[in-house]
Design a protein around this ligand. Structure first.
Ligand SMILES: O=C1O[C@H](COP(=O)(O)O)[C@@H](O)[C@H](O)[C@H]1O
Length: 242
């Protein structure tokens, strides 16, 4: 892995547009299936909307792209907190994507442990084998967010799932955040590109810690096989990086 790339845009709107163009460029650089692991929360919503709208929509290879989720709140898919719902409403319901290219984390009709195991099976079926090969990443792009408490995907501080190196998925329950399914570090790191999308002045302090490698921040520990990139806006940028 080379050192992280810091890419600073003027504001959240410019960041979303830049990230959408970057994703189009990444997809164009590869032929054949393109696998993207999506982040939830609120920051990436605008990026998803821009990708699904003219003029970018026509430039993106929807027919060969597979969509996965890095984490999901353990709520029904029509719940306002659902990461699947957010992506569907912002992007996937507006574009020509085949149903079998959309791979949400299931949250209904089973408990959270079964949902995590089921998603691990989904990932392994897509990958073609159950051992991650460092020379053949699972994903082409992993998009990640950053919480003010240093979490990324649903890897929250102090949770046991942070220690998981064998399983590709796990479950965590937090009093405030509730129960969530998350990809583990080994799965998130098995990617040609990992890009954090971080916007807003409330993220500046935690981003500073992550860029300094603070081990207390779960986001600091992401070590992708490929490139690590921080796509950020000026409001989130630590003063010494401007
Ligand atoms: O809870 C979550 O938070 C993170 C960060 O979200 P943001 O809205 O602060 O950008 C997100 O990456 C994750 O997918 C989500 O479940």
């Amino acid at each position: 892995m080379t050192g992280p790339i810091l890419d600073i845009q003027s504001d959240a709107e410019a960041l979303a547009a830049h990230a959408a163009d970057w994703l189009i460029e990444r997809a164009a650089s590869k032929s054949g299936p393109f696998a993207v692991c999506l982040s939830g929360g609120s920051t990436p919503r605008r990026l998803y909307q821009l990708l699904a709208a003219a003029p970018r929509r026509a430039r993106f290879p929807w027919e060969r792209t597979h969509w996965f989720w890095g984490d999901e709140r353990f709520v029904p898919h029509d719940d306002p907190a659902s990461n699947y719902r957010m992506v569907r409403e912002a992007m996937l319901s507006h574009v020509p994507v085949a149903a079998d290219h959309i791979h949400p984390i299931r949250t209904e009709g089973m408990d959270a442990a079964a949902a995590a195991a089921g998603y691990e099976a989904t990932l392994k079926t897509f990958y073609g084998t159950d051992k991650l090969d460092p020379g053949r990443p699972l994903f082409d792009v992993v998009l990640l967010g950053l919480g003010t408490n240093g979490h990324t995907a649903s890897l929250f501080p102090g949770m046991r799932v942070l220690q998981e190196r064998q399983r590709w998925t796990g479950v965590m329950t937090d009093r405030e955040a509730g129960t969530r399914i998350t990809l583990t570090y080994p799965a998130l790191e098995s990617s040609r590109e990992v890009a954090f999308l971080v916007a807003g002045s409330d993220k500046r302090t935690v981003l500073e810690k992550v860029l300094a490698g603070d081990p207390a921040q779960p986001a600091s520990a992401v070590r992708p096989q490929g490139t690590l990139r921080f796509l950020i806006d000026r409001a989130a940028a630590p003063a010494d990086r401007l």
